[in-house]
Write a protein that binds this ligand. Structure first.
Ligand code: DAH
Length: 348
C-alpha cells in the first residue's frame, strides 16, 4: 500500500472519531500543519526520480485537497451540533432588576393633591428659600414679635432686603398664603400649597426637613363651617369614613379665630380605651391634627384683599405627621422616613 493511501485511511479514522471542534483542530494540525503528514510526504518526494516525483506529487496534492475538504465539512457539522447543545429555555423567568419606588411622602403628596383637586383646590408650591416678609411680617408677625420664636428658623447668610428682610429656609407653608393672594389678584382663591419646610429639630416627632400642606380658601361669605367641612372631608378621605374631627380653640398670629383640629384616634376610634384600658396612642380618644383658623384681616390686606368684602380660612398640616397617624402605618419614629433604610423604603 502506498504512503498516500495509508495516510488517507488513517485520516479517515481520525476524523471519524473527532467529537468536537477542539479535537478536529488537533487532527488538522496533524495532517496540514508545518510538521504534518502532508509536508512529510512532500519532503519524501525529493529523493525520487523525476517521473516518480511527478506522480507522487500529484497524488499528495489530491490527498491534501481531500483532507481540506473533509475537515471543512466536519467543521460545519460540529459547529452546528455545538450550538444546538446550548439550548435556550424561553419559558424560564427573566432576570429581575431591583425596581425603584416612590418615597411614601411622595405617595402622600399625590394622594393629598388628588383629594383637594376633587373639591377645586389648585396645587401650588412656593419657594423653600423664602423672604422673612412672607414667612412672618405678611402673616401679622412683625419683626421682634415673640410669636416668631415659635417658628425656630434657619436664616440664610445673604444680603438683606429693605422690604423683605432676611432670607430664610421657609419654616412653614403659610408663607405661600400672601404669595397666592398676590398671584391671584382677586378671590375666589382655593389653594393647596405642598412644600418642604425647615426647622432645627431632631427627635421622634421632628426632622429638620419636613413637609406641610397649606389650604387657603378666600371668597365672599366664607365662614368657619366651610373650614370645618373641608377638614372633615379631608379626614374622611385620607383616614377613613369612621374618623371624626373636632375644632379646639388656639392662637396663631395669622388667624382670628384660630382653631386646632383634632381627629379621633385610629386605634381606639375616639373612645380613649382599648379593651377597658386607657389607649396608649392618644390617651384621650383624640389626636392633634393641624393648625387652622379664619384668615386674619391683616393677612388679607397684605395680599391686597379687602377684608370688609372677603373672608377666608386657612389650615396647615404636617405630612409626616398625618402619615404617622394612618392606621396601617405603625411608625413610632418620624426619622425612620429619612433614614434611607432600604428595608423600610421598599415596602412602599
Ligand atoms: N403655620 C403653622 C405651623 O407651621 C400651622 C398653621 C396654623 C397654618 C394655622 C395655618 C393656620 O394656615 O391657619 O405651625
Amino acid at each position: 500500500m502506498s504512503d498516500v493511501t495509508t495516510t488517507l485511511k488513517e485520516f479517515k479514522r481520525d476524523i471519524e472519531s473527532a467529537k468536537n471542534l477542539d479535537s478536529l483542530e488537533i487532527i488538522e494540525t496533524k495532517y496540514l500543519g508545518k510538521k504534518g503528514k502532508i509536508n512529510e510526504l512532500l519532503q519524501s518526494i525529493g529523493i525520487l526520480n523525476q517521473n516518480e516525483r511527478k506522480e507522487l506529487g500529484s497524488e499528495v496534492n489530491k490527498l491534501k485537497a481531500t483532507i481540506i475538504q473533509l475537515i471543512g465539512q466536519k467543521r460545519t457539522q460540529l459547529a452546528g451540533s455545538e450550538t444546538s447543545d446550548s439550548f435556550i429555555d424561553v419559558t424560564l423567568p427573566g432576570k429581575r432588576y431591583p425596581k425603584g419606588s416612590l418615597h411614601l411622602v411622595t405617595h402622600a403628596i399625590e394622594e393629598i393633591s388628588a383629594i383637594f383637586a376633587r373639591i377645586g383646590f389648585i396645587r401650588m408650591q412656593y419657594p423653600e428659600v423664602e423672604w422673612e416678609y412672607f414667612s412672618f411680617d405678611a402673616l401679622n408677625m412683625p419683626k421682634g414679635h415673640p410669636a416668631r420664636d415659635d417658628f425656630e428658623t434657619f436664616f440664610i447668610d445673604a444680603e438683606e432686603d429693605a422690604k423683605f428682610g432676611k432670607q430664610v429656609l421657609t419654616p412653614h407653608t403659610s408663607s405661600g398664603q400672601v404669595r397666592e393672594m398676590l398671584r391671584m389678584n382677586k378671590p375666589p382663591i382655593r389653594m393647596i400649597n405642598i412644600s418642604k419646610c425647615y426647622r432645627p429639630n431632631w427627635d421622634t416627632t421632628h426632622t429638620p426637613m419636613f413637609h406641610q400642606f397649606e389650604g387657603l380658601c378666600v371668597d365672599k361669605n366664607i365662614n368657619i363651617t366651610h373650614l370645618k367641612g373641608a377638614i372633615d372631608y379631608f379626614a374622611k378621605q385620607f383616614f377613613g369614613e369612621n374618623r371624626e374631627i373636632r375644632l379646639r380653640p388656639n392662637h396663631f398670629q395669622f388667624t382670628e379665630p384660630s382653631l386646632e383640629p383634632d381627629i379621633t384616634c385610629g386605634v381606639c376610634l375616639g373612645t380613649g380605651k382599648v379593651k377597658g384600658v386607657k389607649c396608649k396612642v392618644c390617651k384621650s380618644g383624640w389626636l392633634e391634627l393641624a393648625g387652622s383658623g379664619m384668615v386674619h384681616p391683616n393677612v388679607l390686606r397684605a395680599g391686597g384683599i379687602d377684608p370688609d368684602t372677603y373672608s377666608g380660612w386657612a389650615f396647615g398640616f404636617g405630612i409626616e405627621r398625618v402619615m404617622m397617624m394612618k392606621e396601617d402605618l405603625k411608625l413610632d419614629d418620624m426619622r425612620t422616613m429619612y433614614g434611607n433604610d432600604i428595608r423600610f423604603l421598599e415596602q412602599f
